[in-house]
Design a binder for this molecule. Structure first.
Ligand code: ADP
Ligand code: MG
Length: 259
């Protein structure tokens, strides 16, 4: 069975205000999806809810992953099931190296599968890390730096992509919208996604701007407006947005989606 993330009629409120108003979305392993839309339409809210952020209340609908209902599951449980959720604003952990952090993350995942697991050995971990860094063409020194401590935007993205590579999730969700990615960071994310995506990995890229899609070709593009996905199509839909902006989406759907 393909691993699939399925969002069904998802409604979400924060502080009593409804933000998501019936989101439906299916991402299968091996597919690259882009979720686009004007600012303030609920894209990051969806990412946060998929992640299990405690501030958001799911008032209706379901999130299914590999056939299981995630809706009430804790963030770490979702991660251990094979869902990768990137943080838009990753925190710095001075004193903990990128390598150490990744080792802990791998151990946490493996222990969840097998309570008897004693932890990955240093040689096995070194080999794995080297393999992944080579695949992503990263300098090995990077692994020795303290996680996100004084990292540039590009370096934060590099750490995120390396984490994605080592944890080998089946679905990855990347919210890139408001992070003000410079071109360097954008390329790191795009190259990472292009290198890692394949039959075992599905990706949902959340983005306001079309420009990252100059480097990544999505299988499907969705447009969110007012807490709902109102348009879905192929890569040409992103191209259309680049040329036309979002006004036509608003014109077409105004009145249909009410706040
Ligand atoms: P997008 O990522 O598409 O720009 P968001 O999901 O960040 O949109 O925001 C959607 C709507 O939810 C906005 O109107 C925003 O003001 C509101 N919102 C988001 N987070 C919160 C919060 N923590 N408290 C109250 N309102 C919020
Ligand atoms: Mg956002």
């Amino acid at each position: 069975m393909t691993d699939i993330l399925e969002v069904k009629d998802l409604h979400t409120s924060i502080d009593g205000q409804e933000i998501l108003k019936g989101v439906n979305l299916i991402v299968r392993e091996g597919e690259i999806h882009a979720l686009m839309g004007p600012n303030g339409t609920g894209k990051s809210t969806l990412a946060n809810v998929l992640m299990g952020h405690p501030s958001y209340e799911v008032t209706k609908g379901q999130i299914l992953f590999k056939g299981e209902d995630l809706t009430e599951m804790a963030t770490d449980e979702r991660a251990r099931m094979g869902l990768f959720l990137a943080f838009q604003y990753p925190v710095a952990i001075p004193g903990v190296s990128v390598a150490n952090f990744l080792r802990q993350a791998i151990n946490a995942h493996r222990k969840a599968q097998d309570p008897e697991y004693k932890g990955i050995s240093i040689p096995e971990f070194r080999k794995l890390l080297k393999e992944k860094m080579d695949l992503l063409e990263m300098a090995h020194e990077f692994a020795g730096r303290y996680l996100n401590d004084g990292f540039s935007g590009g370096e934060k993205k590099r750490a995120e992509i390396l984490q994605l590579a080592t944890l080998e999730p089946s679905i990855a969700i990347l919210d890139e919208t408001d992070s003000g990615l410079d071109i360097d960071a954008l390329r790191i994310v795009a190259n990472g996604v292009n290198t890692l995506s394949g039959p075992d990995l599905g990706v949902l890229i959340i983005t306001h701007y079309q420009r990252i899609l100059n480097y990544i070709k999505p299988d499907k593009v969705h447009i969110m407006l007012d807490g709902q996905i109102v348009e879905s199509g192929g890569a040409d839909l992103a191209q259309h947005l680049e040329e036309q902006g979002y006004d036509w989406v608003r014109e077409k759907h105004n009145g249909k989606v009410q706040g």
